[in-house]
Each structure stands twice: as structure tokens, then as C-alpha cells.
Design a binder for this molecule. Structure first.
Ligand code: CU
Length: 512
């Protein structure tokens, strides 16, 4: 392993969210420490050597998050967030989706390379209240940490804020052979980072907190718990960090600037471990790290912070020494050759607040913005035209594929960006070149993952064409149908219907 230890956050400081006029700082909590919630693993309906079946229910619930009144929350097979869904490479997976919410939703598999638009679960695949939908797909991608979240346009941000986000863990034999901790809940821990504002009676009020540049709250919530502690009983602990926040960037570091090792990014295990003391997580990114508590003793406490705010208190207990050296090479990353016949595809993310757009327009559900052949590799140049002094970092996400970061403004990607990714954050004024290829066909969205930006139209969609079935037809939903359904479900007229993202379209006189 290289002995280099990286001690900075890599991104442009002048564009950190702390520089934003609407920034909501995190406030340390004085509520009693509570055990970190570890979402249970979802039990399959059936499993064979080559297949796996689940039922996933979007539901309402109530959750004791703060002392006093419970908070009304939503989740997948749980009152808040979800049960953790384990998928296995090589298995054909059937999922029975059920909507028990008072309104329509969708079930988007963020990070899964499965066909769109229906299995993928973006805005074209609604499930209405009281109804179900059955999907199936093959899991054929490396072990990784992905997630399931709601994605109905333009109501994604509000539904994720209510709690519709669950961790998905993909397993395979390559990862299983590496010397990583993987005892779920003991030394392999989900860390879903979110922030909320608690209003009267400990309730959330998305509309009251609305900000077109992304809703924030002053209270950090980790796996649905506020001010959590975790009992460390092993020397090494693996954290599967998921930024599940609508807008917040997390700048993570530990007590004593403890070094840790990043072993995975969005799309799977890194080619080589990277040692860090600081890590910035932007919206929807996943970072798998291993923290070695070897220099601490029974009774010590190590704190994970974001900026200056404590997030998790790691309470150290006795553990058996475990001084495993990680190999210098972890996994091989696919790196297909770029097809010489495909020109560089350019994507321009522009604007802030209600003015956000991709390629100078806002998302339209019935419009296909680009087509690309399945199985071929192309360079995409993603840029952010925000001003360096007053701009913001936009996390660019693609559905249905993992990509490889080639360069940032012509320079090497950040040291922890050499694995597969499905989110890459772009600094103001920067060009990030990525290699894009799809193994599955269909209609897929690509967008900024500040969720209010995607709802506000900073999103587009492409058609990936299977050469064996070039005339495949896809049924695409339209905004009017979805909005009419939301209005009916809420018992209001279309004029009375409020959705944050709609304001962004209205302000620019654009139809959805
Ligand atoms: Cu954005």
C-alpha cells in the first residue's frame, strides 16, 4: 500500500455549502445519546442458488427520534428509512413492490445496473396507493453499497425527506475473499447521513423548510437516530457511508484526525485502498471505509464529526487484536476502450435556485434528450457553469450504470475516485470527463442529485438502444398525469397542489 495519507477534502473550498447564503449549520445535540439504529436485514420471500425474491412495502409510521412526541415518518418495510436489502451477484431477483402510503411513489434502485425505465424505478414507474407492481432483474455487477429511494417527479425530495431511503448491499465472491470486516451490525455498519429540522411536536415540515437549492435542517440524523453512539467490539469497523441528505455535504473526520482507509466507492470496491484523515461526501455518494481503533482502549471514545459537529460517538470496548494488512491491490476495475465512432457527449449543469437546468433546459418526462448504443463506451464531459466565487458543487448522477472518472479539468481524478462511480460532484467552472457504458437497455435519467435541483428540472434522460432490439418502445409517463394523481390523492385541486419543484418550472415559464 502507498504510505501516502490524504488530509484534505479535495473539492474547491470556495464552493463548499458553508459558503452558500442559505447554508443551515449543523447544531450539536444535547439530547441523551442513544444506540445507533442498525436497520435489520430484510428477509427474502424465497431464495435459491440462482434466484432471490423480496416484497418491499412503502409505508407510513411513527418513530421515536427525539425525546417526547414521536415523529411521523415514512420507510420501506420500516417506519423510517428501511430494512437493509441484500442482493447477490448472479441471482435473478424478483421484487413485489407495494405502496401503502397515502400517495403514489416509485422505487428507484440507485446504483443498480438494471433496465429502465420500469425496473430502474424512476418517475415512469409509479405505484399508486394501495396498489402493487412486480419487477424482476438480474444482478450482474460488483459487490457494492447502493440504495433504494423514492423518485416520483417532482416529489422526490419531499418523499426522501419523509424517510423513503433504504440501504442496499450487493454481495459477490470477489469481495467475500478480501480481508474486510463483514459481520453486519457488529463490524460492518450502515451509516446513512441525513439532516432534518424538527418543528413543533417533533414533526417535520418539508414545505416550511423548502429551499430550491436543497432543503437542510440543523439536526444530523444517522440511520434515523439523533446523537447516536456505537459500541465498538472489534479492532476494525467498516462503515458503509451513504449521503442520504437532500442537499448537505458532509466533511467527515474523527477524533485525533484518526487515519482511516477507503475501500469502496459508489459502484464497488476500489482498485487500491486509500488512506485518509478527511473525507467529503456529496449527495447520494457512497464511501466504504475501514476504521482501525487499534490504538484505543476499553472506555475510550472516538467521535465522527462533520465539520465541527459530532455525528457518532464510538464507544471503545475490549477487542481481540486484528492487525490485518490490506493488500495493495483489491480488485480489477473494468475499463473498456472508448468507441472511436462516438463523439464526446457534453452535459452542462447550470444555474442555482429555481434557475437550475441541464443543457439549457429543464426536464420533460416525454422528451428523450440523447440516445446511445448499449455495450459501447463513450466519453462524457460534465461541466458546471456556476461561478467559482458564488457557485456551488453539483453532484452529477446517472441511472442504470456505473462509470469511471477519467479527469478533472484535464488532471487526475481525486485519489479516491479510481473505482466505479454513479455520482461525481463537479466544482464550479470544472469539466469532469467520465467513461460511460451501459450493459442494459432502456430509458434512464441523468441529473444533479441535490434532490431539489432534480425536482426543479436539473435532469435529462437518455435512451440506451439494444442493437438486438433497436425499435423497442417504452411507455413514458407525463407530469400532468402524475400531478393530477397527487392532487386527487391529497384531495386538492391542481391549482392548490404544492410541490417545490413546480415553482422552478413556473418561474421560467416552462412546462413539465
Ligand atoms: Cu445541483
Amino acid at each position: 500500500m502507498t504510505n501516502q495519507v490524504y488530509t484534505d477534502y479535495f473539492f474547491d473550498k470556495t464552493a463548499f455549502n458553508t459558503q452558500d447564503a442559505g447554508y443551515v449549520p449543523l447544531e450539536p445535540m444535547d439530547t441523551p445519546q442513544v444506540p445507533l439504529n442498525i436497520p435489520p436485514i430484510l428477509t427474502p420471500d424465497a431464495e435459491t442458488d440462482d434466484s432471490l425474491a423480496y416484497t418491499i412495502t412503502a409505508q407510513t409510521g411513527e418513530t421515536q427520534i427525539l425525546p417526547g412526541e414521536k415523529t411521523k415518518t415514512w420507510g420501506f418495510n420500516a417506519p423510517l428509512l428501511g430494512q437493509t436489502i441484500v442482493l447477490k451477484r448472479g441471482k435473478h431477483t424478483r421484487v413485489h413492490l407495494r405502496d401503502e402510503l397515502p400517495e403514489l411513489t416509485t422505487f428507484h434502485w440507485h446504483g443498480l445496473n438494471i433496465p429502465g425505465p420500469i425496473a430502474d424505478g424512476g418517475c415512469h414507474a409509479p405505484v399508486y396507493p394501495g396498489k402493487t407492481r412486480d419487477i424482476e432483474f438480474d444482478v450482474n455487477q460488483p459487490a457494492s453499497t447502493a440504495w433504494l429511494h423514492a423518485h416520483p417527479c417532482p416529489e422526490t425530495a419531499s418523499q426522501v425527506w419523509h424517510g423513503l431511503a433504504a440501504m442496499v448491499i450487493i454481495k459477490d465472491e470477489v469481495e467475500a475473499a478480501l480481508p474486510f470486516p463483514r459481520n453486519y451490525g457488529v463490524d460492518d455498519i450502515p451509516v446513512i447521513l441525513q439532516d432534518r429540522k424538527f418543528h413543533d411536536h417533533n414533526q417535520w415540515n418539508y414545505q416550511a423548510d423548502y429551499d430550491p437549492d436543497g432543503v437542510q435542517g440543523p439536526t444530523a440524523m444517522i440511520n434515523g437516530t439523533v446523537n447516536p453512539y456505537f459500541d465498538v467490539t472489534t479492532q476494525r469497523v467498516r462503515l458503509r457511508i451513504l449521503n442520504g441528505a437532500n442537499r448537505r455535504e458532509w466533511r467527515l473526520h474523527f477524533t485525533d484526525d484518526l487515519e482511516f482507509t477507503q475501500i469502496g466507492s459508489d459502484g464497488g470496491i476500489l482498485p487500491a485502498p486509500v488512506t485518509l484523515t478527511h473525507l467529503m461526501s456529496t449527495c447520494a455518494e457512497r464511501h466504504e471505509i475501514i476504521v482501525d481503533f487499534g490504538k484505543y482502549h476499553d472506555g475510550d471514545e472516538v467521535i465522527l464529526y462533520s465539520d465541527d459537529t459530532p455525528l457518532i460517538h464510538f464507544r471503545i470496548h475490549q477487542f481481540v487484536p486484528d492487525n490485518v494488512e490490506l493488500p495493495t491491490h483489491l480488485v480489477d476495475i473494468p475499463d473498456p476502450a472508448v468507441d472511436p465512432d462516438l463523439p464526446i457527449k457534453r452535459v452542462v449543469m447550470s444555474g442555482m435556485d429555481e434557475g437550475v437546468m441541464i443543457d439549457n433546459t429543464k426536464f420533460a418526462m416525454q422528451r428523450i434528450d440523447y440516445e446511445m448504443p448499449m455495450g459501447k463506451c463513450q466519453l462524457w464531459d460534465i461541466t458546471n457553469t456556476n461561478d467559482m466565487k458564488v457557485g456551488m458543487i453539483h453532484p452529477y448522477h446517472m441511472h442504470g450504470t456505473s462509470f469511471k472518472v477519467v479527469s478533472r479539468n484535464g488532471h487526475d481524478p481525486y485519489p479516491n475516485e479510481h473505482g466505479l462511480k454513479d455520482v461525481v460532484s463537479v466544482n464550479p467552472g470544472e469539466h469532469v470527463v467520465i467513461k460511460v457504458w451501459f450493459d442494459v437497455p432502456g430509458i434512464f435519467m441523468y441529473h444533479c442529485h441535490i434532490i431539489e435541483h432534480e425536482d426543479g428540472g436539473m435532469m435529462a434522460q437518455l435512451k440506451v438502444i439494444d442493437p438486438k432490439n433497436p425499435t423497442a418502445k417504452y411507455q413514458l409517463m407525463d407530469h400532468h398525469t402524475l400531478m393530477a394523481a397527487f392532487a386527487k390523492e391529497r384531495g386538492v385541486s391542481m391549482d392548490e397542489l404544492w410541490m417545490g419543484g413546480m415553482e422552478s418550472y413556473k418561474m421560467f415559464g416552462m412546462s413539465m
